[in-house]
Design a protein around this ligand. Structure first.
Ligand SMILES: NC(=O)c1ccc[n+]([C@@H]2O[C@H](COP(=O)([O-])OP(=O)(O)OC[C@H]3O[C@@H](n4cnc5c(N)ncnc54)[C@H](O)[C@@H]3O)[C@@H](O)[C@H]2O)c1
Ligand SMILES: *[C@@H]1O[C@H](CO)[C@@H](O)[C@H](O)[C@H]1NC(C)=O
Length: 338
C-alpha cells in the first residue's frame, strides 16, 4: 500500500528527524525499510540500520539532485523536515527565505521530477507550524481559519504549503502537510527560540539544573496562566508515521493541510506537573525573569485548536496532560536515551 518503503528524510540530524528515523527503522508496519537520511550536519543512522546517510546543504540544487540518486533508488516518501527555526529565520530574513522557502521548493521539484522518472507519485510529508497563524484569531482554530502569519518563519511555512497543495492538485506529488503544535519536552540543549523555555522549564530542572522562565515574575504571577498548544514527541512521531498511510481521498479535496492534534496547557500547569513528578525542589530550580519580547511572541500564538478533523483522519492525541509527558521524559533521561 505504501510503496517500496524507501523513505527520504531531510533534516534527519535534527530533533524530530532523528526520532522519526528511529521510529521508522523499528516500525512493524514498515518492513524492510530503507532510509535515506539527509542533513547539513552529518546525520546519524539509527543503530542496527542500513540507512544511507548524506551530508548535504539543500540550498544547493545539485546536492538536492544527489539525494534522489542513491543506491536505494527513488523513494516512495519524502519527509521534508529541514529548516531553520523561528528565531533564526526572523533574525536573518534572506537566509531564512533561502532555506525555508527556496530549498523546500528545490526538494519539491526534485520529488516531482524523480517520481515521474520512476513512474510513481512521491508522498511529500511536510512539517508546518502554528506560526502560520497570527493577527486577530478566533478562540478556537478551525480548519477554515485563515492563516495570516506575523513573522518570517510562519510566512515561509505558508508559502511552502501553497506550493505543496498545488503540486498535489496537479498530481506532481501526493502532499501531506502537518501543522505541528509546540513539541514538549524537546531533548537536548536550550535553544534561542522564543518557545525554548516551554521545554526548558521541565528539561533542565529534571537534571538538577536551573532554568529561567521568561513569563511572569514569581511562581504566583497571573502571567503563568498563559495558554500553550503542545504535543509530546512520541505522539507527534506516531502521527508522522500515520501521515504516510492515510489514503489520499480521505483528506479534504481542497487542501492537504492538517493541524496535528495537541492539547492546551499553561506555564503554571507545566510547573505543577514538574513538581508532581520530581518534587517541589525541582520546581524551585525555576527562576522568573519576565522578558517582555518573549512574552509577546509566545502570547501571539494560538493555544486552542479543534482536533476533530485530525482525529477523523486517524491521528492520535496525547491523553492525561503534562504529567505523563514529564514522567516519560524523566525515564528517558534516566535511561540515557535523550
Ligand atoms: N519542534 C517543534 O516544536 C516544531 C514545531 C513546529 C514545527 N516544527 C517543524 O518540524 C521540523 C523539524 O523540527 P525540529 O524541531 O526537529 O528542528 P531541528 O532544528 O532540530 O532540525 C532541523 C534540521 O534541519 C537541518 N537543516 C537546516 N538547514 C539545512 C540545509 N540547508 N540543508 C540540509 N539540512 C538543513 C538542520 O541541520 C537540523 O538538523 C521543522 O520543519 C520545524 O519547522 C517543529
Ligand atoms: C549552505 O549553503 C549556503 C549557500 O547556498 C550558505 O550560505 C550556508 O552557509 C551553507 N550552510 C552550511 C551549514 O554550510
Amino acid at each position: 500500500m505504501s510503496g517500496n518503503n524507501v523513505i527520504l528524510i531531510t533534516g534527519a540530524g535534527g530533533f524530530l528527524g532523528s526520532l522519526l528515523a528511529r521510529a521508522l527503522q523499528t516500525d512493524p508496519q514498515t518492513p524492510n525499510v530503507r532510509l535515506i537520511l539527509v542533513d547539513v550536519i552529518e546525520p546519524k543512522a539509527p543503530s542496527g540500520s542500513n540507512a544511507v546517510t548524506i551530508k548535504a546543504n539543500l540550498t544547493n540544487p545539485e546536492e538536492v539532485d544527489a539525494i534522489f540518486q542513491t543506491e536505494y533508488g527513488v523513494p516512495d516518501t519524502v519527509y521534508c523536515l529541514h529548516g531553520i527555526m523561528s528565531r533564526g529565520s526572523e533574525d536573518n530574513f534572506d537566509f531564512g527565505v533561502k532555506v525555508n522557502i527556496d530549498s523546500v521548493r528545490t526538494v519539491l521539484d526534485a520529488a516531482r521530477k524523480y517520481g515521474a522518472k520512476a513512474g510513481h507519485v512521491i508522498k511529500f510529508i511536510f512539517t508546518s507550524s502554528l506560526a502560520v497563524y497570527g493577527g486577530p484569531l478566533p478562540d478556537v482554530i478551525e480548519p477554515n481559519t485563515i492563516a495570516t502569519p506575523q513573522g518570517a518563519y510562519g510566512m515561509g511555512k505558508l508559502i511552502d504549503e501553497i506550493f505543496i497543495n498545488e503540486y498535489t492538485r496537479r498530481g506532481f506529488v501526493d502532499g501531506r502537510i502537518l501543522r505541528l503544535p509546540t513539541i514538549v519536552v524537546r531533548a537536548g540543549a536550550p535553544s534561542a527560540a522564543a518557545s525554548s523555555f516551554i521545554s526548558g522549564i521541565i528539561r533542565e530542572p529534571l537534571q538538577g539544573l536551573p532554568s529561567t522562565c521568561p513569563i511572569g515574575t514569581s511562581p504566583s504571577s497571573p502571567d503563568l496562566d498563559l495558554p500553550l498548544w503542545v504535543a509530546s514527541p512520541e505522539t507527534t512521531i506516531a502521527n508522522f508515521l500515520h501521515a504516510r498511510r492515510i489514503p489520499a481521498d480521505a483528506f479534504f479535496p481542497h487542501t492537504r493541510v492538517v493541524c496535528l492534534p495537541g492539547f492546551t496547557t499553561t506555564v503554571r500547569e507545566e510547573i505543577a506537573a514538574l513538581a508532581a513528578v520530581a518534587g517541589p525542589e525541582a520546581a524551585a530550580l525555576i527562576s522568573f525573569g519576565d522578558d517582555e519580547t518573549n512574552r509577546r511572541v509566545v502570547s501571539s500564538w494560538p493555544a486552542r485548536f479543534d482536533n476533530t478533523y485530525a482525529l477523523a483522519l486517524g491521528f492520535d492525541v496525547d491523553e492525561g496532560g503534562m504529567v505523563p509527558i514529564v514522567r516519560r521524559f524523566r525515564e528517558q533521561l534516566r535511561a540515557g536515551v535523550v
